[in-house]
Write a protein that binds this ligand. Structure first.
Ligand SMILES: [Zn+2]
Length: 103
């Protein structure tokens, strides 16, 4: 087991662990409580940590997390003039597909 990093919250921790698993790197989320006794603090006071099951995956795992953290906000301008946000590949207004250059 190797402690890879900590995540800002449990939702992001779960997302990262998931992405690692899918990439073939078993990972788990451990909650580290900022305080002595778990349960005395509200959930957002705990800092989730990402642990890799196999330390030899570290370099690849860090690379993956780096790309997850730096994913560009997908946003493109449709020919009809609408700005499409939120990762949609089709314009909600006119149904045109995202231009290939933006993908
Ligand atoms: Zn459109």
């Amino acid at each position: 087991m190797l402690r890879l990093t900590h995540a800002p919250n449990i939702a992001i921790a779960a997302l990262w662990a998931d992405a690692l698993q899918q990439a073939g790197m078993p990972a788990s989320v451990q909650r580290y409580y900022l305080g002595s006794v778990a349960g005395e603090l509200p959930p957002d006071q705990c800092q989730p940590e990402i642990w890799l099951t196999h330390a030899e995956h570290e370099a690849r795992a860090r690379e993956l997390l780096h790309s997850l953290q730096n994913m560009p906000q997908r946003r493109w301008l449709c020919v009809c003039g609408e700005t499409v946000e939120g990762g949609f590949e089709q314009c909600w207004n006119c149904g045109t597909d995202m231009p290939a250059a933006t993908r």
